[in-house]
Design a protein around this ligand. Structure first.
Ligand SMILES: [Zn+2]
Ligand SMILES: [Zn+2]
Length: 157
């Protein structure tokens, strides 16, 4: 959704609340995001505060089994329409007063996702030899013996 920021920047105390859901493009590991919060002007400072809820729908990075997880990520920014010297990561530079809220929320949500997503913390992954899912089965494959270790063993015997 779009929010008109000009009246909020121009009026101390102005506030615009929102509560809505939007879809992401196909291919993202998040299909849609629910966002609830507001953009408000307190003593001339315009902030965006929101809580998001969404389903992460992807595959485990180690064993490739499906991972569906419900997540909540807070979104919080100070909106500015020009940056001065005190450059700060909390500041979000608004380029258009006809403001696309989806874009900012989408960006924050995708950045908040862990770089590695596992079906469970101790996922054992798949066997490098036969491809079996080691969380479900013990295939019994053994790593081929290292010839140097074998030679050492023979020497010690
Ligand atoms: Zn896994
Ligand atoms: Zn195996």
């Amino acid at each position: 959704m779009f929010i008109e920021l000009e009246p909020i920047f121009n009026n101390e105390g102005a506030e615009k609340s929102f509560s809505y859901e939007f879809s992401l493009e196909d291919g993202e590991i998040v299909k849609s995001i629910k966002a609830k919060g507001s953009v408000f002007n307190r003593t001339g400072i315009v902030s965006l505060e929101a809580q998001t809820e969404f389903l992460l729908d992807t595959a485990c990075d180690r064993c490739a089994s499906p991972v569906v997880r419900s997540m909540k990520v807070p979104v919080s920014h100070i909106l500015v329409y020009q940056l001065n010297d005190e450059d700060n990561d909390d500041f979000y530079l608004v380029e258009d007063m006809h403001f696309n809220l989806d874009e900012l929320i989408r960006e924050d949500v995708l950045l908040s996702l862990p770089s590695k997503i596992l079906c469970r913390e101790d996922c054992k992954g798949v066997c490098p030899f036969c491809g079996a899912n080691l969380n479900e089965t013990d295939c019994g494959c053994k790593a081929p013996a290292d010839p140097r270790l074998e030679a050492l063993k023979q020497f010690l015997e």
